[in-house]
Design a protein around this ligand. Structure first.
Ligand code: FPP
Ligand code: MG
Length: 328
């Protein structure tokens, strides 16, 4: 099984530099509300997959095999948009747990969580503008409205309980894969790669991001998973995700009606959660969704064929393996 340490190996020293760069740009006085919230957020940042993709894409597409400050900046701008979006996401989802610890809203209340998310976005934008690297900034900032669109479409379909496969794929592209796609393309742009390579990295990121979000949604159906997030949260939020869509597309009209009867009850009833989980298990919803994951990863790997063999490219390939194997 491939580990994140193996994937990170070609960029180990850059990651240390990256962490220091983020802290330098996003720390505030200890003991103040803002300083404490930022410290909490930075020290529980998670796997850092997005900056890893930015740096590996830069390394894999650069003519010299090297990358520098522009890539670091791009990685930070992307990562902090992601960090802010998850703070807001936990407020929206009323989720109290993130990566095994209290979410920002659980610890400091939703109103403060909303503001610190906004603060991070504002500061991020300021850093981007002050850097004068407008090509990177313009490329990255476009993804922010796409993320918001994804959340709103998701919310709309959740309230109507009518998420189809097409809706689902559109939502996960917008809320997750669009930012991964930007990670790939901006990594390549940061080192002045050819348009062909920028496009290939955009495709790589998009396909990886689609697979990543489907696995996230699969893990929601796995009891006692290691994600550090409550399981079955999607059902409680009326989110219809791929494992359930696979089942809904196959079952009889009566079974579908029964599932749709239980879905809105999941927020209050463990029995309804168990009923739907049982149906997903009975009809192999998770295995079927995994086939779609594999198809996206195949497309991600094919996109890498425009780059010559390198440690960076090998790590991008290994990342595909990691995404499908991950349990957290
Ligand atoms: C996680 O989904 C959420 C996202 C990937 C996107 C969140 C985006 C917003 C809240 C819009 C605001 C945008 C910006 C730029 C601040 P999930 O709830 O399925 O995943 P989870 O299980 O990790 O919570
Ligand atoms: Mg959420």
């Amino acid at each position: 099984m491939v580990t994140l340490d193996q994937i990170r190996r070609p960029i180990d020293e850059y990651i240390l530099e990256f962490d220091a760069f983020v802290r330098k740009n996003f720390s505030e006085t200890e003991g103040t509300l803002i300083g404490d919230m930022l410290e909490y957020v930075l020290s529980s940042r998670g796997k850092g997959l997005r900056p890893i993709v930015v740096m590996l894409a830069a390394g894999a597409t650069s003519a010299t095999g090297n990358f520098g400050k522009r890539t670091m900046l791009a990685a930070m701008l992307v990562e902090m948009i992601h960090v802010a979006s998850l703070i807001h996401d936990d407020v929206i989802d009323e989720s109290n747990l993130r990566r095994g610890q209290a979410s920002v809203n659980a610890r400091w209340q939703s109103r403060n969580a909303v503001i610190i998310g906004d603060y991070i976005l504002a500061r991020n934008m300021n850093i981007g503008l002050q850097s004068g690297q407008y090509d990177l900034l313009t490329h990255i900032i476009g993804a922010m409205s796409t993320l918001c669109e994804g959340e709103l479409i998701q919310s709309d379909h959740a309230s109507k309980l009518d998420t189809s496969r097409e809706h689902y794929l559109d939502i996960i592209y917008k809320k997750t894969a669009s930012l991964f796609s930007v990670c790939g393309s901006v990594g390549a742009i940061s080192v002045g790669a050819t348009p062909e390579r920028v496009a290939a990295m955009r495709t790589f990121g998009k396909m990886l991001g689609m697979a990543f979000q489907i696995v996230d949604d699969i893990l929601d159906f796995v009891p006692n998973n290691n994600t550090g997030k409550p399981a079955a949260n999607d059902l409680r939020e009326r989110k219809i995700t791929l494992p359930l869509i696979e089942v809904l597309e196959r079952v009889s009209v009566e079974e579908k009606e029964a599932i749709m009867h239980h879905l809105p009850l999941c927020a209050e009833s463990e029995e309804s959660v168990a009923y739907i989980q049982g149906k997903v298990e009975e009809h192999n919803g998770v295995e079927l969704a995994r086939q779609t994951v594999q198809a996206y990863l195949q497309r991600a790997m094919s996109a890498l064929s425009v780059c010559e063999e390198s440690d960076y490219r090998n790590s991008l390939l290994a990342l595909c393996e990691y995404v499908v194997e991950r349990d957290r």
